[in-house]
Design a protein around this ligand. Sequence first.
Ligand code: ASP
Length: 330
Amino acid sequence: MAINNKGLRVILGTGGTIAGKASRPGDNVGYVAGQVRVEDLLAGVPALEGLPLEVEQVAQIDSKDMNFGLWKRLLERLVHHLSREDVSGVVVTHGTDTLEETAWFVQSVLRPVKPVVFTCAMRPATALVPDGPQNLLDAVTVAGQADVHGTVVVCAGQVHAAQHVAKVHSYRVDAFDSGDAGPLACVEEGQLRWFHRPPAASPTEVRDNGLLEWVLAATELPSVQIVTSHADTDGALVRALLLAGDADPSLLPRGIVVASTGNGTVHLDLGQALNEAMARNVRVVRATRCARGRVIPDPSNPMPDSAGLSPVKARITLALSLLADAAGRP
Ligand code: ASP
C-alpha cells in the first residue's frame, strides 16, 4: 500500500470505542470505551511503522460524556501542534457518539488550515475484526495530504467534512454519512479519490477574530437546550425551563434549538411556548429533525433556521454566537 509519509503527524487520543476493550474477543457491544492508550493503538498498525508520528493522550473517555472542559483542552493541544512548522496535520481518535459535535466545534473555533482528522471505530480494539486500525491508517494518510484543509472525519474509507457529517447508524462500521452533500473523498490503498474539494482555506492557521480567546477564557458555554417538535407535544419542557429561570435567572437558557418537523415546522403548542421564550430574550433557532435536507430560509419567520446544521451542531453554533455576543463581538 502506498502511504503518504510526508510530514510529522501528531495523534491525539481521547478514548472511544477505538480504544475500547471487551472481555470476550467476539463481543462488539459489551465493552468499555476508552481503555487502550493511543501509543498502543498505533503499535497495532504495522503499516504505520517508520512514519514520522507523535502521540499524546489528551483524554480517555466514552465520548457520550464529552464536555466543554475537554473541548477546551483539545483546542489548546491542537493550537499548540498546528502552530508547529514541522507538523503537517493532526489526527484525533474519538468515540463515534459525539464525534460530529467535537469536529464541528473544532472547525468553528479554529478553522484550521492544516488537516485536523478525526477518526474512530465502531468495534472495540479487542474485536475479532476491529475497524479501528484501518481507520487510523487512513486518517494518518489524510493528515499527510497537502491538499486537505480544515477539520474532516475519516471512517470506513470515507472522508467527510465536519459541517455535514453525522453518525447515522448505531452498529454498522460505516456509521457516518454526509447527507445530501456526500463525502468529500474516499481513501483507497493510501490514495485519496476526491468527489468534491472543500472551499479554499483561509490564510491563517488560527482565526484571529477573538473566538478562540473567548472560548478558552470561558468556564462554560452559554446554555442552549434542544427540544424536539413531535406529535402530541405541549411545550411543557420549554415552560419548565422558563419557570426555572423565574426561580433563578441564571437557569434561564440563553438559547433553544428546536428539532422541528420537516422543513422547519413546529407544533402549535410548542410554538406558543417558544414564542414566550423569545419574549424573554431566549434565542430560538429551527433545525430539522429529518436525517436529510435543511430548513429552507424564510426571512418572514421570527425563528431563524439553522443554516443547514443538524440540531446538535446548531446548538454549538448558537452557543458560540451567544458567547461572542457576550464578549462584545464588534
Ligand atoms: N460510546 C462510544 C463513544 O462514543 C461509541 C463509539 O466510540 O463508537 O465513545
